[in-house]
Design a protein around this ligand. Structure first.
Ligand code: NDP
Length: 294
């Protein structure tokens, strides 16, 4: 068996195109563009790249973007002040604080200072709670962008996920836990495994859906995967290129080259989950803009 490739570039382009139509509809209706405020603290090069890409893609679909770039020694109090200003600014519909923040700032305090109605990343405790309760409350919440992207990809492969056994490797608040909630909401049987799990491979081999969100290059071997499983690889790991050791390349958490012979469908890295994350941020922001008008 050779797995079909779940192409994040294609699906994310569709999600962005849908978001663009929604931006146009919003602009036509309310004579103003949806606006995303992006807050970046410090000079982490990866964060700078992410923020530039997010801003560029938001502008490409017709949104307004406000970048708030702050020195790394900004106090927690001053950063909260900026968040409150953005909360009160009627022009701003979505607020994104790029993580990680410097060590002297408590990320949880900053995220929970964001107005939950403008929480485009879906990390605010109120949105986390609503996602956990599920049902109708999902209509009021925002789902974190990476698991939302994984979920949209999965739904394109298998529209009805009910009864499938989903195994998620990783229990972070930004990927593993919200992914589990989304799949539980779809009536999957969900198992989360993590660094303290015993005999991990025995559990992953039972998965109809395997989501790897670990951050360990090529950790998930082909013989950890059940024949015909759908594999979603969230990991983004930079490693030395074997062809030219002076260069680096991106790989996922899954041994893609061998897993492709076992799985029925698989996401590649790069070009899988990665592009979906920003597309879902744009989707959440335009959704926030509409909800604020109602
Ligand atoms: P975290 O470091 O927050 O979480 C990693 C999880 O993996 C933890 O729950 C940890 O367990 C678990 N883990 C670590 N080692 C093992 C192991 N040997 N066996 C089983 N479980 C293990 O990472 P994130 O969730 O933030 O990110 C995961 C990966 O996804 C990273 O590569 C990251 O770069 C990528 N990512 C990609 C995004 C995208 O847009 N595509 C967005 C966000 C993340 P424990 O809790 O016990 O420590």
């Amino acid at each position: 068996m050779t797995a079909s490739i779940i192409d994040g570039k294609i699906i994310s382009a569709e999600v962005r195109a849908e978001a663009k139509l929604e931006v146009e509809r919003f602009t036509e209706l309310y004579k103003t563009k949806p606006c995303l405020a992006v807050v970046l603290v410090g000079e982490n090069p990866a964060s700078q790249v992410y923020v530039r890409t997010k801003s560029k893609m938001a502008k490409e679909i017709g949104m307004d973007v406000e970048d708030h770039i702050k020195q790394k020694d900004i106090s927690e109090e001053d950063l909260i002040g900026i968040i409150y200003e953005l909360n009160n600014n009627k022009r701003v519909n979505g607020i994104l604080v790029q993580l990680p923040l410097p060590d002297h700032i408590d990320s949880r305090v900053i995220i929970d200072a964001i107005d939950p109605k403008k929480d485009a990343d879906g990390f605010h405790a109120l949105n986390v709670g609503r996602n956990s309760i599920g049902g109708d409350l999902l209509k009021k919440s925002f789902v974190p962008c990476t698991p939302l992207g994984c979920f949209l990809m999965l739904k394109r492969s298998v529209p009805n996920l009910a009864g499938m056994h989903a195994v998620i490797i990783g229990r972070s608040n930004i990927v593993g836990k919200p992914m589990a909630q989304l799949l539980l909401e779809e009536s999957c049987t969900v198992t989360i495994v993590h660094s303290k799990t015993k005999d991990l491979e025995t559990i992953t081999r039972q998965a109809d859906i395997l989501v790897a969100a670990v951050g360990k290059p090529l950790m998930v071997k082909a013989d950890w995967i059940k024949s015909g499983a759908i594999v979603i690889d969230v990991g983004i790991n930079r490693v030395e290129s074997l062809d030219d050791t002076s260069k680096t390349k991106l790989v996922g958490d899954v041994d893609f080259a061998n897993a492709i012979n076992i799985a029925s469908a698989i996401t590649p890295v790069p070009g899988g989950v990665g592009p979906m994350t920003i597309a879902c941020l744009l989707k959440n922001t335009v959704e926030a803009a509409f909800r604020q008008q109602n």
